[in-house]
Design a protein around this ligand. Structure first.
Ligand code: BTN
Length: 279
């Protein structure tokens, strides 16, 4: 495959590259139960962003399920034009190339954070809350961010790129830019965690929710874990700021906001800040 330093079918792995610092993909492969996701892993020690690599592969016609994993991103991207801090050998930076229909495309923003929360629980025992639209929080701080890029051709979905960044063994405290708002598994557990176990659990769980679970079941499991519901919130969407109570979520993942004047507003995407009650 083009554009990568090491592109490997999971399982045929590269003893020369194995080190304590780098992922052992053999261990990941041994734990996979999937038929599509993670069956081909494109592994890079460094790249600009796994989204860039995944996009090139998707444009070249790669099959659904390709999983791009990098040890480091030099230009990691977040939602709303932000950057994603991506130091080497510490965390997980993963992008899945998918080719869903429209209904499954809409469900990705629910399935992906739910998969992360379930994988986190099974691999580490940590219990996560979800914040609309798709942040994963532990102890009120962000542990994982999700970026979904999609390419449409009219009403058809050409592909979707689901990018997931999980802070695993990152010493977040040493990064003053994000220390107060972000956390890592290491920070929460007081000890480093196995990135291999977590990555395998994530791939297994994401495939289960994406391919094998009806969308209404994904929606209700996601809704149950959303800490945003019932809370007073400020939502920023396309440069406008809306205040109200996060009353519900629609079947497509949109947020239903009850405004102070009693009117309802449906917001498809944006950024939520939780406000203290009464504010
Ligand atoms: C956010 O919360 O703002 C989304 C962060 C998404 C980060 C992941 S890391 C893997 C993939 N590659 C990127 O450049 N971004 C996503």
């Amino acid at each position: 495959m083009p554009c990568q330093e090491a592109s490997l079918r999971a399982g045929l792995l590269f003893s020369p590259l194995v080190s304590d610092m780098w992922l052992n993909l053999e261990q990941v492969e041994q734990r996979l139960t999937t038929r599509s996701l993670g069956r081909v892993i494109s592994y890079l020690t460094t790249t600009t962003s796994t989204q860039d690599v995944a996009r090139r592969e998707a444009e070249d016609g790669v099959e659904e399920g390709l999983t791009v994993v990098a040890e480091e991103q030099t230009a990691g991207r977040g939602r709303l034009g932000r950057s994603w801090v991506s130091p080497s050998g510490k965390n997980l930076y993963v992008t899945f190339v998918l080719r869903p229909g429209l209904t499954r495309l809409r469900a990705l923003s629910m399935a992906a954070p739910l998969a992360v929360a379930n994988a986190l629980q099974s691999a580490t025992g940590l219990s996560a809350a979800l914040k609309w639209p798709n942040d994963v929080l532990v102890s009120g701080r962000k542990l994982c961010g999700i970026l979904i890029d999609s390419e449409l051709a009219g009403a058809d979905v050409r592909y979707a790129l689901v990018g997931i960044g999980i802070n695993v063994n990152f010493d977040v405290e040493e990064n003053s830019e994000i220390a107060s708002i972000a956390t890592s598994i290491k920070r929460e557990m007081g000890a480093p965690a196995s990135r291999e176990h977590l990555l395998a659990a994530l791939i297994n769980e994401f495939e289960r929710l994406y391919l094998d679970t009806p969308v209404p079941a994904v929606h209700s499991a996601w809704k149950e874990r959303l800490e945003t519901l019932g809370r007073p919130v400020t939502v920023t969407f396309r440069d406008a700021v809306h205040e109200g109570v996060a009353e519900d979520v629609g079947p497509d993942g949109s947020l239903v906001l009850r405004r102070p004047d009693g009117s309802q507003m449906v917001i498809e995407a944006g950024e939520v800040t939780l406000r203290a009650p009464g504010r």
